[in-house]
Design a protein around this ligand. Structure first.
Ligand SMILES: [Zn+2]
Length: 307
C-alpha cells in the first residue's frame, strides 16, 4: 500500500491506497501538534494508524511501499526538507528522513498545493493538462500534465497569488503591492469581512444572499479575483481544466456559479476571451474526498522507482 499524509495547521489527514489500482483503503485523522518533534511524532502515528486500518479492513498482508507527504511551507522535494511552515512551528526540519527511518519506507515530501493538485487530477479522472487553483488562506496553483506534476525550474510554478494586479493595492506579505492573493483569498475575506464563523467566507456569502450591500460588494470582488486567477492559469499554461479547491471551494455551487458567470461576463466584452471558453473549463474539487492526502500518496516514490 501507499500512504499519504496531508499535514495541515490543525490536523493530519492520512490515507492508505492500494498499490495496483490506487483505490482508497483507509483514512484517519490525527491532531498535528506544533513544532518539529510533535509534527514528526504525530505524522508517524497517523501513518501507522492508516496502515493498520487498511490491513484490518482490506489488505491484511499489505506492506507500506511508500509514503508521500503534503505540507505547507517551502519544500525541498529532493531532500525531504521543509522550511518556514510558520503555522506548524517549523523553521527547518528533515521531515522525509525522520519519517523514513521510523516507518521503514521511502518518504517523499511535497508542497501541499502540489500534492492536492495530483489528488484532484486523479480523483476527477482527468487527462491532459490541469491547473489546481487553491483558494485557501492564500492563493496558489499547481500544474499537472499527463498525470505528472510540473514544478518549474525552481519550484515556483503556479505561485500566481503573488502576481500584482493592483499597483495601488495593499502591501502583501511577500513585499509587493496589490498581489492577487491580497484581493482573492480566504485570508482577504477574513481581514475585510471579519465575522465569527470558522469559515468567514460562508458567513460572507450568507450575508450577501440576504442583501447586505457590503457583503454583496466583497463577494463580487472575491469572485472576480478568482476569475482573474482562472484567466491567468489558462493564458499562461493553456491548461484544459482548472480545478478550484482549498477552503473557499467548500462553498460548492455557491462559488462555482458566480465564478462561471464572472468569466462569461468578461467573455462578452472580448472575442479573444470568448474563444477560450473559460467558464466551461472550470470545475470544483470533489468536496467529500481526501484530495490532498490521496495526492500525497500518489507522489510517494516506490522503492523500485527510487533505485
Ligand atoms: Zn505577494
Amino acid at each position: 500500500m501507499r500512504l499519504g499524509l496531508d499535514i495541515g495547521g490543525t490536523k493530519i489527514d492520512a490515507v492508505a491506497i492500494a498499490d495496483d489500482d490506487m483505490r482508497l483503503l483507509s483514512r484517519v485523522r490525527v491532531a498535528t501538534g506544533f513544532g518539529a518533534e510533535a509534527v514528526v511524532r504525530n505524522g508517524q502515528d497517523a501513518a501507522l494508524q492508516a496502515a493498520e486500518a487498511a490491513q484490518a479492513a482490506a489488505a491484511p498482508a499489505a506492506r507500506i511501499a511508500s509514503v508521500g507527504i503534503g505540507i505547507p511551507g517551502i519544500v525541498d522535494a529532493e531532500r525531504g526538507v521543509v522550511r518556514h511552515a510558520v503555522n506548524l512551528g517549523l523553521t527547518e526540519v528533515e521531515l522525509g528522513g525522520a519519517l523514513a527511518e521510523r516507518l521503514g519506507a521511502p518518504v517523499r515530501v511535497e508542497n501541499d498545493v502540489n500534492a492536492a493538485s495530483l489528488g484532484a487530477y486523479h480523483l476527477l479522472a482527468l487527462t491532459g493538462s490541469m491547473a489546481y487553483l487553491n483558494l485557501g488562506t492564500g492563493l496558489a496553483a499547481g500544474f499537472v500534465n499527463d498525470g505528472a506534476l510540473w514544478r518549474g525550474a525552481r519550484g515556483t510554478a503556479g505561485e500566481i497569488g503573488h502576481i500584482p494586479v493592483d499597483p495601488h493595492g495593499e502591501r502583501c506579505a511577500c513585499g509587493q503591492r496589490g498581489c492577487l492573493e491580497t484581493v482573492a483569498s480566504g485570508g482577504w475575506v477574513a481581514r475585510k469581512w471579519g465575522g465569527t464563523a470558522a469559515l468567514p467566507v460562508l458567513e460572507l456569502f450568507d450575508a450577501a444572499d440576504a442583501g447586505d450591500p457590503r457583503a454583496v460588494a466583497l463577494r463580487a470582488e472575491l469572485v472576480d479575483g478568482a476569475a482573474a486567477a482562472v484567466r491567468i492559469l489558462v493564458l499562461t499554461g493553456d491548461v484544459e481544466t482548472v480545478v478550484v479547491g482549498g477552503g473557499v471551494s467548500q462553498l460548492g455551487a455557491w462559488l462555482l456559479e458566480p465564478l462561471r458567470a464572472s468569466l462569461e461576463r468578461q467573455a462578452l466584452e472580448s472575442r479573444f476571451l470568448a474563444s477560450l471558453a473559460l467558464s466551461s473549463r472550470v470545475r470544483l474539487v470533489p468536496l467529500d474526498r481526501p484530495v490532498a492526502a490521496v495526492g500525497a500518496a500518489l507522489s510517494g516514490v516506490r522503492p523500485e522507482a527510487a533505485a
